[in-house]
Ligand binder design. Structure first.
Ligand code: RP5
Length: 165
């Protein structure tokens, strides 16, 4: 039986602010398409540090297998989450008005050795790819999830027209 049939969230999607939701909702859409149970929460490294600690330290025991963390600017959420948990953490840098998201990207990617964050692209592509990568991680130990992922990838390939219109 696939772990995705239990309906216990396997992927935790967290974001630093309500303002991140427009981008992070793209990760949710992908997980819905791939039928991966997930949960979504606002967890701010700076404004709700206790929530960050509580979420990160309890995620594994709650059944979460992968955490996707989106944040912008001084984007400490993915890194601090990774500091609190051994679960894989995928970081999605938000595009920002002031520095175009380069601030977010560098804040997330430049982790010290020993505490990794798998860092995706800035913005929508990063959110989508984080969901696909989370599914890939789950697929390593679940043949049904692997089958759905391969089908999704095949459909994507087949949807690309040879000739532009
Ligand atoms: C970060 O600060 C959030 O992840 C967000 O991207 C950024 C701005 O947050 P708001 O001021 O819009 O709430 O913590």
């Amino acid at each position: 039986m696939s772990i995705s049939e239990h309906n216990i969230p396997l992927v935790g999607i967290i974001m630093g602010s309500q303002s991140d939701w427009e981008i992070m909702s793209n990760a949710v859409t992908l997980l819905q398409e791939l039928k991966i149970p997930h949960e979504v929460k606002i967890v701010s490294a700076h404004r709700t540090p206790d929530r960050l600690r509580d979420y990160s330290t309890s995620a594994a025991s709650q059944g979460i297998k992968v955490i996707i963390a989106g944040a912008g600017g001084a984007a400490h959420l993915p890194g601090m989450t990774a500091a609190w948990t051994h679960l894989p953490v995928l970081g999605v840098p938000m595009q920002t008005h002031t520095l175009s998201g380069q601030d977010s990207l560098l804040s997330i990617v430049q982790m010290p050795a020993g505490i990794p964050v798998g860092t995706l692209a800035i913005g929508k592509a990063g959110a989508i790819n984080a969901a696909i990568m989370a599914t890939s991680i789950l697929a390593l130990s679940d043949p049904q999830i692997e089958k759905r992922l391969i089908e999704w990838r095949t459909q994507q390939t087949e949807s690309v027209a040879l000739t532009p219109v």
